[in-house]
Design a protein around this ligand. Structure first.
Ligand SMILES: [Zn+2]
Length: 173
């Protein structure tokens, strides 16, 4: 998008907010391409916090479930690669809870991870970075001797299966 260079405001909005689902696609105006953002800055930053930050709904769900199963954990140990969502320090195990769309759940049966029909190439480029980062962080944790379980958003529906997986992961020798 070379022409955007003339419009630093627009370019910044692309780089920092390009992943927001509510952000409109660029349209051509008589002054050049332009991104239309229907939210004011405060609303925008709240929306972005919802999309990217820790403490998402799937994560809260897993936290409550694991707590009810009787396990105690720490949240987002900042010193660990990728800041895992749940950290079981004594067992040296960590759990990530991933949204299927943003983290590209590789299961072909996963419906949430499917890309929008319009402009799939845009999303592939946007999201492949997330997946790469996840893989690097996972490898780094495992190299430090941690065992890691990734729970996908779409797996939250089968609660008994999920509980079994979590228990097996935490109790394995
Ligand atoms: Zn999924």
């Amino acid at each position: 998008m070379p022409r955007l260079r003339q419009y630093p405001e627009v370019r910044r909005s692309y780089q920092t907010e390009g992943m927001a689902t509510s952000l409109s696609w660029p349209i051509l105006t008589r002054y050049g391409p332009c991104v239309v953002d229907t939210l004011n800055p405060a609303e925008r930053s709240r929306r972005m916090a919802l999309i990217r930050s820790k403490g998402t709904k799937p994560e809260l769900f897993v936290r409550r479930l694991v707590h009810r199963m009787g396990y105690r954990y720490r949240l987002h140990a900042p010193e660990l690669p990728g800041k895992p969502d749940l950290v079981f320090r004594r067992r040296k195990r960590a759990i990530f809870v991933h949204g299927c769309f943003w983290h590209r759940h590789p299961d072909p049966a996963c419906k949430i991870a499917r890309l929008p029909k319009s402009r799939p190439e845009f999303w592939v480029e946007k999201l492949s970075g997330n997946r790469e980062r996840d893989a690097i962080q996972l490898a780094a944790l495992e190299n430090m001797g941690w065992r890691v379980l990734t729970i996908w958003e779409c797996q939250l529906k089968e609660i008994s299966e999920l509980k079994e997986n979590i228990r097996a992961f935490l109790e394995a020798e």
